[in-house]
Design a protein around this ligand. Structure first.
Ligand code: ATR
Length: 273
C-alpha cells in the first residue's frame, strides 16, 4: 500500500471544521495519497502540539482560530504573502526541516471573488470592516488586485491606522471610524468577528448601491447578520465565506502537493443548489 502523507487542521475548538471534508474531497479528486484529520490543541499547548505532529512524521498543518498568530511566530520562514500578515494558516517543513509558514486566506478570498463570482477588484473602491488578524491576512492579496482605494474601518480606530501604515506601500489605503464612513463602495468585506456572535458594526446608511458586492468572511448555514444588513440596504450580490474557505484550502493543497484541485465540485458538495 502507498504510504499516506498525514495532514491536519489544528485549532480550538475544532470539531466543526469543514477542512477534513474539503481536503478528503481534494485528495480523492487528484489521486493524492493523504489523510487529513482534526487536531485539537489545548489553548496553552499549541507549540507542543505542532512540534509533536511534525516529529511524528506529519507533512503539513492548517491552522485556525485562535492560533494563527502563534503559527506565524513559530515559522522559521514565511512566504512573502504571509510575511506582513502576522498570521499563518498553513505550515509545512522544508527539506532542511525549517518550518515554513504561509497565509492562503487572502488568495482564497481574492480568487473566490474574481474566479467564482466574476467580481473584479481592479479599480474598485473597497471597504474592509475590522482591523484584526483576519483582515491583516487578506490585505496584501487584496491590494495586489489593484483596487482604486481600500478604506479600513474599525471600532478601535488606532488599529485601522496601524494597518494603514503597515500596508501603505502596497496601495491607496485610508483608515477611519464607522461613523466617518462615506459611501458608496463597489465592494464591502466584513472581517470583524462581530458576525460570529450575530452582531453588526454600527454602520451608517449610503454605503451600498444595487451594484455593491458584499462579502462576509464568516460562513454559517443561515444568512449572517452582515449579509442580512446588506440585503436590507439593497446590495445586488451578497456572498459568505464558504467560497473563501474552499479556495484557501485549495491554495494550501497546492503548496503541499504541487497540484491545484478543482474547487467547483467541492463547493457544490458543501452547498448543494
Ligand atoms: P480576528 O483574528 O478574527 O480578526 P481579532 O484580532 O480579535 O480577531 O479582531 C476582531 C475584529 O473584529 C476587530 O477589528 C474588532 O474590533 P476592535 O479592533 O475594535 O476590537 C472587531 N469586532 C469584534 N466585535 C465587534 C463588534 N461587536 N462591533 C464591531 N467590531 C467588532
Amino acid at each position: 500500500m502507498t504510504e499516506q502523507a498525514r495532514y491536519a487542521v489544528v485549532g480550538n475548538p475544532i470539531e466543526h471544521s469543514l477542512s477534513p471534508r474539503i481536503h478528503a474531497a481534494f485528495a480523492e479528486q487528484t489521486g493524492e495519497a493523504l489523510v487529513y484529520e482534526r487536531l485539537l490543541a489545548p489553548l496553552e499547548g499549541f507549540r507542543d502540539a505542532v512540534e509533536r505532529f511534525f516529529a511524528e512524521g506529519g507533512a503539513g498543518l492548517n491552522v485556525t482560530v485562535p492560533f494563527k498568530q502563534q503559527a506565524w511566530e513559530m515559522a522559521g520562514r514565511h512566504e512573502p504573502r504571509a510575511a506582513r500578515a502576522g498570521a499563518v494558516n498553513t505550515l509545512w517543513r522544508a527539506a532542511d526541516s525549517t518550518l515554513i509558514g504561509d497565509n492562503t486566506d487572502g488568495a482564497g478570498l481574492a480568487r473566490d471573488l474574481r474566479v467564482n463570482n466574476g467580481v473584479t477588484l481592479t479599480g474598485a473602491r473597497v471597504l474592509v470592516l475590522g482591523a484584526g488578524g483576519a483582515v491583516r491576512g487578506i490585505l496584501d492579496p487584496l491590494l495586489a488586485e489593484g483596487p482604486r482605494e481600500v478604506v479600513i474601518a474599525n471600532r478601535t480606530p488606532a488599529r485601522a491606522e496601524e494597518l494603514r501604515e503597515l500596508f501603505a506601500d502596497s496601495g491607496t489605503l485610508v483608515a477611519c471610524t464607522f461613523e466617518d464612513l462615506a459611501g458608496p463602495f463597489d465592494v464591502i468585506i466584513n472581517g470583524t468577528s462581530a458576525s460570529l456572535r450575530g452582531d453588526l458594526p454600527p454602520l451608517p446608511g449610503g454605503l451600498i448601491t444595487p451594484e455593491t458586492v458584499c462579502y462576509d468572511m464568516m460562513y454559517s448555514q443561515a444568512e449572517t447578520a452582515f449579509n442580512a444588513w446588506a440585503r436590507q440596504q439593497g446590495a445586488g450580490l451578497r456572498l459568505d465565506g464558504l467560497g473563501m474557505l474552499v479556495e484557501q484550502a485549495a491554495e494550501s493543497f497546492l503548496q503541499w502537493r504541487g497540484v491545484r484541485p478543482d474547487t467547483g465540485p467541492v463547493m457544490a458538495m458543501l452547498r448543494p443548489a
